[in-house]
Design a binder for this molecule. Sequence first.
Ligand code: CP
Ligand code: NVA
Length: 324
Amino acid sequence: MSLDLYNYRTEKPFTQKNLVTLQDYSRDEIYLLLSTALDLKKKQKAGIPHPYLSGKALGMIFTKASTRTRVSFEVGIHQLGGYALYLNAGDIQLGRGETISDTARVLSRYLDGIMIRTFKQQDVEELAKHSSIPVINGLTDLLHPCQVLADLMTIYENKGALSGLKLAFIGDGNNMSHSLLIGCTKVGIHISVACPEGYMPNQKIVEMARENGKETGANVIITHDPVEAVCNADVVYTDVWASMGQEKDFKNRVEHFMPYQVNNKLFSYAKHDAIFMHCLPAHRSEEVTADVIDGPHSVVFDEAENRLHMHKAIMVLLMGDRKE
Ligand code: CP
Ligand code: NVA
């Protein structure tokens, strides 16, 4: 039976407190997030007010730069009737050594939710452990779950399905590759990851993905061969060769990564109706050529827009009074 996320209903209550990793989520919970985001997108496009978080406050802690995550969470909670506080880690006492656990306990007295972008995944886990309010992972060196939820939404909108599709991730075995490994295998999307030697994804994440795949039928292939990965793919995905915090290493990386550039030749091995995705920001002529990212198969700006709708869904389900 085909998956209808526009009319998805589940009897199971949504009981998650945080979004630290998608590995904690069931397939049903992911479907619920996707259907809520599709519904919120429809309402926003039709101009139907949806003030589900009236008067609620989201704190947004950033220790790294951001365009999409920052703006979409801030605009998103405003559209839901609440408001956001931008908390640059360097400007709050956390940056001067106040502990994460004290920060968590204090912010829990003022706010209704915290979104955090930082380096260590353990810091997000620590924040979630000591907060009585929901904590949302806005990217760490290990994971980027909000991005992958928006990506699954974009894939569904373009393909009308999830399970049984094939996604190829080409490039660095980084936070995006990890979250795609988890997110795809949770919903039955086959995933092939092609990376140069020395830049492979975290083995524990690969093992998690393989376990997920046993439940959902998703195959996981990890290879050094970009053509093998892209062959017959429905979705071709890439990301920068040096993530935030790795900029100094960029020059060393280029020669390893050049054979992994997504250009028209590599893309031609995918299905004729394949889509190209990138979390952005992108570097044209490095991980992707302009003719691919700006070409007819690219959905990168719809993907970026869907961050807004998906972040609203995440906040409604985690911070709202009604658990749908
Ligand atoms: N894709 C993404 O997370 O973008 P930002 O770094 O601009 O938030
Ligand atoms: N891998 C990239 C993703 C940016 C959204 C980084 O961590 O910089």
